[in-house]
Unconditional design. Structure first.
Length: 363
């Protein structure tokens, strides 16, 4: 499995260690020892695609829970993977590495592992896990389509973030932009804004129940340039949609694989177009899983930046809103450059200074 690794790997890793020689050698030895198992390398390869729970990994690799837990413990001890708590659940992921491959051993290792082909059987298992997550989300919206907005506003009222997203769109919109896509429009409250700014708008939603509410609003307001699609970003790609803007308002924490959706959004964008993501910062309020159907408890800014970079998107404007109950809303712009480099693990561009907004009545 490692026949493809060049003989210069050890040299590259050793030269990259920015530490005293004894410490660097000790750390490097521990890192390479933890990598000395084909299963662990396969786990690392799949973690490039998503974060997984222990039971999900057991299913993917047909390994008992005790054995999988041991592998994850070994890899965690040397920093190959890290645990990410989502309420009462723990997911494992690769740590965020922002330095280049020439000065960080993990970047070099991940770059080599990511050259390995993922077997079809693993990809099929990955698809099944995402399907199971998606079914969980769909079941929630089927049950709570009528009261979802009420629960959502306990977290963040649309009037607070919707206005700010609109301001950002008006600021970044180019005169040549004609086509926008909204992923997960919910009840369609943001569609009138998009319909007024673009000649053509597509609204994609996997929930037929929520899409019906969107349809009612579109008809009531006569939004004749809005087309509804019952499907996810993959469906948009199958329909060969290409837009100048893709926007997601409070959607990413509901999708089975946020990283994969970011990749799809990059492919949906035309060169020079923008992805605008409005979502929650990472939090620990487990009640949102039951009340709002959240699959993920928000995201750290570095996660979105990393996923965007892996999808070939450059970082643009950033806006952070303080809202009720201690939640924070992130509004992020990511730009698809004319020279696309999707799928490359390049170094991250320097971050722009974010704008922090405190809404009235909030700390």
């Amino acid at each position: 499995m490692l026949d493809c690794l060049p003989m210069t790997t050890l040299t590259a890793l050793t030269n990259a260690a920015d530490a005293p020689l004894d410490t660097a050698l000790s750390d490097l030895a521990g890192l390479l020892k933890a990598c000395g198992d084909p299963l662990r390398l396969e786990i690392l390869r799949l973690l490039e695609r998503d974060a997984f729970g222990v039971l999900e990994l057991c299913s993917l690799f047909d390994v008992k829970q005790s054995a999988m837990s041991h592998h994850l413990k070994v890899m965690s001890a040397v920093g190959l993977v890290e645990a990410q708590r989502e309420g009462n659940s723990i997911f494992y992921r690769r740590p965020l590495v922002s330095s280049t491959a020439s000065d960080n051993p993990l970047s070099t290792l991940y770059g080599l592992v990511d050259r390995l082909e993922i077997p079809e059987s693993r990809l099929a298992g990955l698809t099944e896990i995402r399907h199971q997550r998606a079914q969980q989300s769909l079941a929630f919206f089927a049950r709570h389509a009528d009261d979802f907005q009420h629960h959502q506003e306990r977290v963040a009222d649309f009037s607070l973030y919707g206005t700010q997203v609109e301001k950002l769109l008006r600021q970044i919109r180019q005169p040549s932009w004609q086509h926008a896509i909204e992923i997960g429009p919910g009840e369609g409250r943001f569609l009138p804004v998009l319909a007024s700014l673009f000649e053509q708008v597509h609204a994609l939603d996997t929930s037929a129940e929520m899409l019906e509410k969107t349809r009612q609003l579109v008809q009531q307001q006569g939004l004749n340039n809005v087309m509804l699609v019952n499907g996810d970003t993959g469906e948009g790609l199958q329909q060969h949609l290409h837009a100048d803007l893709v926007v997601m308002n409070m959607v990413l924490h509901h999708v089975p694989s946020p990283q994969e959706v970011m990749r799809d959004c990059s492919q949906l964008l035309k060169a020079g177009g923008s992805l605008v993501v409005c979502d929650l910062g990472h939090h620990d309020q487990q009640w949102t899983r039951e009340a709002c159907g959240d699959l993920w408890l928000g995201f750290a800014p570095e996660e979105l930046t990393r996923w965007a970079a892996l999808a070939g998107l450059d970082e643009g404007e950033s806006l952070y809103l303080g809202v009720r109950n201690g939640f924070q809303v992130h509004i992020r712009q990511f730009v698809k450059p004319a020279s696309v480099r999707a799928g490359l693990d390049s170094s991250l561009a320097p971050e722009k200074a974010p704008i922090l907004v405190h809404t009235p009545g909030n700390p």
